[in-house]
Design a binder for this molecule. Structure first.
Ligand code: UD1
Ligand code: CA
Length: 455
């Protein structure tokens, strides 16, 4: 079976009260439409066609990718009209229709739907609702076969009592679709071309409409306003938390944990409260993450520890290394095995060799630090001359005294030491001690200034 996927994303979303098109509003750090595209890709279709209209340029700019075909729907004349815009682009024998504002749909659910579609049969995803207000209702005949979908605004009182609702997600044989869409009329309560009218046409043409249901109704929940957006967000986070716990992670409180990207985890990982994981984060076995940490696009190797209130972005923490509390690791930070970064230390584009230590109140930028080197409190790499960045290179077993300024480019060889309070502007050779500070003078009988009296 070959597959084309059409994602409807042209609607306005007035109730969001936003300058941003509705489908670009984020759930877990990705746009709603981005989530739908992600699921669509996992079905390996031959085409993904995104129907855009409101804010079309912004949507296209944000999500453009080689495997996406954007189709413009100039005027939003209804869901049937929207699918019709994509028709000239469709070449596969099955068409799956998804909604850009229904982001939590599971790939497994779509696979079940695709199993029941055939040249003689439609696959329709329906959901049982306690309050079906606003949904199209699934009308069934005496044999319980689907005969039509009636939109809420067109439904009789008896039809309004039906609790089986249309999710909008539908798999159809492509050959018939073109013909049915061509026969749609907008003679209904909303003056729209309803995609849902295709159901009765299919039944009249002798096709069967088979139904599937999602495992969880939240999978087919759309977001029309910010309250619903927040509900989708919480649901997504609960699902992620359960997934990680099932994989062997202890979450001190699953309700205070957020994932905004893709996380892979090892076993016996411990994550304290209020941790946010963003982008691609790899967490190996036995990692411990303290409370209130943000970790983005980083790799935490086996047994590494991040202590409370640290911000880690674009970093690699080697086996048994540790950072924090209050550490800031910026992109390009590499901590090799057992390296230690302590409190109020900022690291950027710098490598700390095996067992190297930078314990307190330090800025390390564009630096290469050899194994076992110890950097004293308050040390700053002066890596920027106002125009260009320069590197600071420290060998192995170097000892940098407290409160040093290392003016790059500068090279301090293995075994060298620097005195506390030094401003290092010249290279230091192996095993040398560099003293880069004014010699202390003690002045005898110093008279302290006296306070001038004001009358
Ligand atoms: C639609 C279904 C309804 C179903 C409900 C589920 C129709 C006629 N009705 O109703 O049976 O229960 O979804 O939420 O299909 N869109 C376009 N172009 C348009 C109109 C809509 O791209 O011209 C897109 C919207 O951006 C949205 C989706 O289609 O992603 C659904 O549109 P919406 O207006 O929300 O449909 P409903 O009236 O809720
Ligand atoms: Ca809707």
């Amino acid at each position: 079976m070959s597959l084309d996927i059409v994602i409807l994303a042209a609607g306005q979303g007035t109730r969001m009260r936003s300058a941003l098109p509705k489908v670009l509003h984020p759930v877990a750090g990705n746009s709603m439409l981005g989530h739908v595209i992600h699921s669509a890709r996992q079905l390996s279709p031959q085409g993904i066609h995104v129907v855009i209209g409101h804010g079309a340029d912004i949507v296209r700019d944000r999500l453009a990718a080689d495997d996406l075909n954007f189709v413009l729907q100039d005027k939003q004349l209804g869901t049937g009209h929207a699918v019709a815009q994509a028709l000239p682009e469709l070449t596969a024998d099955t068409v799956l229709i998804l909604y850009g504002d229904v982001p939590l749909i599971e790939v497994e659910t779509l696979q079940r739907l695709l199993k029941i579609v055939s040249p003689e049969q439609l696959g329709l995803l329906t959901v049982n609702l306690t309050d079906p207000t606003g949904y199209g209702r699934i009308v069934r005949d005496q044999q319980n076969r689907v005969s039509a979908i009636v939109e809420h605004k067109d439904a009789t009182e008896a039809q309004k009592a039906i609790t089986e609702g249309n999710t909008g997600i539908l798999a159809v044989p492509a050959k018939r679709l073109a013909e049915w869409l061509g026969r749609l009329s907008n003679n209904n309560a909303q003056g729209e071309y309803y995609l849902t009218d295709v159901i009765a046409m299919a039944v009249n043409d002798g096709l069967v409409v088979a139904t599937e249901q999602p495992l969880d109704a939240m999978e087919v929940q759309g977001a029309n306003d910010r309250k619903q957006l927040a509900e989708l967000e919480r649901h997504y986070q609960q699902r992620e938390a359960r997934r990680l716990m099932a994989a062997g992670v202890t979450l001190r409180d699953p309700a205070r944990f957020d994932v905004r990207g893709e996380v892979t985890v090892g076993r016996d990982v411990m994550i304290d409260i209020n941790v946010i994981l963003e982008g691609r984060v790899v967490i190996e076995d036995d990692v411990v993450i303290g409370p209130n940490c943000v970790i983005k696009n980083s790799t935490l190797r086996k047994g590494s520890v991040i202590k409370a209130n640290s911000h880690i972005d674009g970093a690699i923490l080697g086996e048994g290394s540790d950072a924090g509390p209050f550490a800031r690791l910026r992109p390009g930070s590499v901590l090799e095995a057992r390296a230690h970064v302590g409190n109020f230390v900022e690291v950027k584009n710098a490598r700390l060799g095996e067992g190297a230590k930078v314990g307190h109140l330090t800025y390390l930028g564009d630096a290469d630090v050899g194994a076992r080197t110890n950097i004293g409190a308050g040390t700053i790499t002066c890596n920027y001359d106002g125009v260009n960045k320069h590197r600071t290179v420290l060998g192995e077993d170097v000892f940098i005294g407290s409160n040093n300024s290392l003016v790059a480019p500068v090279d301090i060889s293995s075994g060298a030491s620097t005195a506390a309070g030094s401003t290092i502007t010249q290279n230091v050779g192996p095993d040398q001690l560099a003293v880069g500070r004014a010699r202390q003078r003690n002045i005898e009988n110093w008279k302290r200034p006296v306070k001038i009296k004001k009358d």
